[in-house]
Ligand binder design. Sequence first.
Ligand SMILES: Cc1cc2nc3c(=O)[nH]c(=O)nc-3n(C[C@H](O)[C@H](O)[C@H](O)COP(=O)(O)OP(=O)(O)OC[C@H]3O[C@@H](n4cnc5c(N)ncnc54)[C@H](O)[C@@H]3O)c2cc1C
Length: 463
Amino acid sequence: MPELSHRFEQTRFSPFWAETVADKPVLPVLSESIDCDLAIIGAGFTGLWSALKARERHPDARIVVLEARHLADAASGRNGGFCAPSISHGVGNALNRWPDEAEKLVRLGRENLDAMEADIATYGIDAEFERTGKLNVARTAWEADGLGVMQSGYANFGIETAILTPSELASHLESPRYPTGLFEANYAYVNPAKLVHGLAQACLSRGVAIFQDSRVTGLQDMGEILSLATDGGEVLARQVVMATNADVPLLSHLRRAIIPVYDYTIMSEPLTDTQLQEIGWQGRHGIADSGNQFHYSRKTADNRILWGGYDAIYHYGSRRDPDLLHRNETYAGLEATFLDTFPSLKDVRFSHAWGGIIDTSARLTFFTGTAYGGRLTYAMGFTGQGVTASRFAALSMLDHLKDLRTERTELRMTQSQPVAFPPEPLRSLGIRWAQADLAREDRTGHRSLMLCAMDKIGIGFGS
Ligand SMILES: Cc1cc2nc3c(=O)[nH]c(=O)nc-3n(C[C@H](O)[C@H](O)[C@H](O)COP(=O)(O)OP(=O)(O)OC[C@H]3O[C@@H](n4cnc5c(N)ncnc54)[C@H](O)[C@@H]3O)c2cc1C
């Protein structure tokens, strides 16, 4: 591993967000056999929204959540907290893959963000929700052209955005790296660990049981019920929601539908007002650049800068290993682009650095489905945009369990499954090839024949 610079001397290599949660409940480990109406596997956003929404629909149901680790240990506690008004990994992805459905997908994405804000308020969850907009910035001429395309694509759906004049840009971000910016007002942020804990608290106080350190190791069909095995006990459930994200899916036919991709973040110490003025970052909007390999950045409540993204690392054989959650090479790369973007912050130290796993699907959006005659439902494949989509996925899964035909379940996006990733070694070779072509496109503005062919058959690789 390469050595890190002096800016990382005091760094804590763990998610900053976890330190902001004051009251962490002590949750039991499952140590007996129990019955329930609904068992939910996984206590990230998807599992917890499922539990809470199931409780709204069924006040008397016995609902149990089984979590392999601890609350907020996985992606839901490690992300950037960007809340997209989208369930389809953006407007462009909806248009490319489901042009006939794009209008509906865009509307549902916006409604979902509004409804999530309303839920957070209704349940009194302090998740530091703020709808402060997003600045999309471009580094090169072709990225600036891309912002123009994005603006007209958004305009087709009545979404207003503004290409900023140089002086307007300077009051959002003054950086030698990014000469062009497009501002979209409808984008929000949360403190993700606080949202996880707030959702869990809302569930607990409404009689949902949550067990941690209780990994489900096997599923068995017992006729009317499904049996979920854990080391400490068994859960006999009438219905099951599987919300296990980037872990190896318990259903073997889903194992090639997603791959684990590692994404990393560094975070500065809190900045002073003067430092923020120097970089022109006056508001509380987030920032994302426009390359295939993109950076994302936002402020925390105490004005640290989170700077993440760019590298999207896949390991041969879809390796999942806690040791891979840190990568000095990526932290050093992020430090370099941070300093390039904010040269006046050269004396700033990094307080935190961490990584997480993204469940990448070949079409970049989640998908849902059922198994065991409709008694189990699953959602996965969020690919780096699951903070808001997880709520929509949870509602879709509950619709599936009731066999309801709703706008959610009727979507081609939720009905269809993504193209499966090929087995190794083809998988690694293909990903390496696609990544090299994506990087070349970022450098030159030219999309390779292979990427164009992948676009045509609806396969993508990203985070
Ligand atoms: C570094 C990083 C940055 C990101 N930034 C953003 C962002 O800014 N905006 C955005 O929209 N998205 C972002 N994402 C993606 C987002 O975090 C995820 O899409 C979202 O958290 C998925 O929620 P989830 O509940 O499905 O998954 P998770 O939070 O991973 O929860 C799944 C849970 O299931 C548990 N589990 C797995 N298998 C079992 C089992 N067999 N038995 C019991 N429990 C099990 C796991 O322990 C885990 O807690 C980011 C992701 C990462 C890693």
